[in-house]
Design a protein around this ligand. Structure first.
Ligand code: MN
Length: 496
């Protein structure tokens, strides 16, 4: 469902006519080569397309307008091989609606000490040409990523790849539709927020539906569809004996399959990219959708429980950001603590809805009671999550702005088996430790729900926040509480 190769980044080189046609010709050749190298580099998830060298304000303006209207163009990489007087860029950059990264590189890696002459100097002058371009970005207050280094260096290529993922995720949000079945869990604060402001600032649109709309889709699921889905369950998972065709709860398995078919059809028909449910509003549904939600997340849908549309959007965003990378993305909640000499840990889980993409083993498909919601026992996949570095991110609304906060963590094996825990789970050590991480998170107002990923890094989120104009706070091995509180106070002033 997520295909980053549909996207293009345009490689745009600035110059001027002063140097004569021969130099411009060389600039174009070099640019073509750099663009091709970036396109072919392993970290670049999207296509990089060379665009003719720009030497006039009219051409720059035209290019920016074309980028705005090209649906598959998710941003520009700009580079001034020679000197490109930056007043030429004002009109174009003023109109540009797509993100851009400024690549500060030079075609020649090293100075040819014995041969260097004025011709070489005139061709390889990005050292000052890019500074002229940088000035106008700053003068105009434009958000952008600056990447410095030789274009063949792995570090430069991975920084651009990382930024491209952030740009792709931003593109995915623009015009994205999120289906919200029911409203917010009553009285919960952090899952609320200004949906109109989110649409203006972040580009996605939250559509409200009564749960009856979903019930109708569930009822319309055909027997053939339900049969096929039931068989998929039996094929893909270690299914509990009671749920097997001869078991006493097989009817519940079929009912769960019917719910998934209905939910899936509803989301596909409406072209939704994410959705929310709430256990307080399930009229007409036999079970709270658990298994269905887990599988839809696996397939790329964003999800938020209890009406949490901001986290649903964030899970989707991080799915797009990490498409094709190793490690999954899931909706998550900081559930229970383990205060212990072996390190203070967080057990993350939810009532049911943890994404299969982070499973370390073949999930067990079980049916067990849910002590909340007052419905029939719901189906769910149970598994241990992968171990290793991960990140939990939360998007909150502070009244005058959105804030993105993230904590880098290390997922570890559980100290002992959890034979009675009826849900999928992950156990982690927050960085730098629980004491600092949880205090910083709470000072920052981070939510109890997160989007949790082993593939997305703080770097991806930082680039994304820059593109989106979001406040971004990361809690990691370098976090100190007093510094973090200063950052919060300064940001408060900055964003006023
Ligand atoms: Mn929750």
């Amino acid at each position: 469902m997520i295909n980053l190769k549909q996207y293009e980044i345009w490689f745009v080189t600035g110059s001027q006519h002063l140097y004569g046609p021969e130099t411009i010709q060389k600039v174009a050749e070099h640019s073509r080569e750099v663009a091709a190298a970036l396109a072919a580099s392993a970290p670049m998830p999207v296509n990089v397309v060379f665009k003719p060298v720009l030497t006039t304000p009219e051409a720059i303006r035209q290019l920016c307008l074309e980028a705005n209207s090209a649906a598959n163009c998710i941003g520009l990489i700009t580079w001034m091989h020679t000197f490109s007087p930056a007043k030429m860029w004002i009109a174009g950059l003023g109109l540009l609606k797509k993100p851009f990264a400024h690549l500060h590189t030079q075609y020649n890696r090293e100075i040819p000490w014995a041969e260097i002459d004025m011709d070489f100097m005139n061709l390889n002058q990005s050292a000052h040409g890019d500074r002229e371009f940088g000035f106008i970005g700053t003068r105009m207050g434009l958000n952008r990523k600056v990447v410095v280094g030789h274009w063949q260096d792995e570090e430069v290529q991975s920084e651009l790849g990382e930024w491209a993922r952030a740009a792709a995720a931003w593109a995915d949000w623009q015009g994205a539709k999120i289906a919200r079945f029911g409203d917010n869990m009553r009285d919960v604060a952090v899952t609320e927020g200004d949906k109109v402001e989110a649409q203006i600032q972040l580009g996605y649109d939250v559509y409200g539906y009564g749960v009856g709309d979903l019930v109708k889709a569930v009822k319309e699921a055909t027997d053939a569809e339900v049969k096929k889905m039931t068989q998929a369950y039996l094929d893909e998972y270690a299914v509990a004996p009671a749920l097997q065709p001869a078991g006493e709860k097989y009817a519940s398995l079929v009912e769960g399959a019917r719910i998934e078919v209905g939910l899936r059809n509803f989301l596909q028909a409406g072209d939704f990219k994410a959705f929310t449910t709430t256990f307080e509003d399930l009229h007409g549904l036999a079970q709270l959708p658990g298994l269905a939600v887990q599988r839809l997340m696996r397939d790329g849908y964003g999800f938020g429980a209890e009406g949490d549309w901001k986290t649903a959007a964030l899970v989707r965003l991080m799915k797009v950001m990490s498409a094709g990378l190793k490690g999954g993305v899931s909706f998550m909640e900081d559930y229970t603590y383990h205060f212990s000499a072996s390190g203070n840990k967080v057990l993350g889980a939810h009532m049911l809805e943890v994404c299969e993409s982070i499973a370390s083993n073949k999930p067990r498909l079980e049916i067990l009671p849910l002590s909340i919601g007052g419905k029939a026992d719901p189906l769910r996949l149970i598994f241990d999550a992968n171990t290793g570095p991960a990140i939990g991110a939360s998007l909150i609304e502070l009244g005058n702005r959105f804030r993105l906060v993230a904590n880098v963590v290390d997922v570890v094996p559980t100290d002992a088996p959890l034979p009675k825990l009826p849900v999928a789970h992950a156990l982690w050590l927050p960085r730098p430790n629980l004491k600092i991480a949880a205090a910083a998170w709470i000072y920052a107002g981070g939510a109890h729900h997160t989007s949790f990923s082993y593939a997305v890094t703080a770097g991806h989120l930082r680039d994304f926040a820059e593109i989106a104009g979001l406040e971004f706070l990361v809690i990691d091995e370098n976090t100190r509480i007093e510094d973090f509180k200063h950052q919060l106070r300064w940001n408060q002033a900055f964003y006023k």
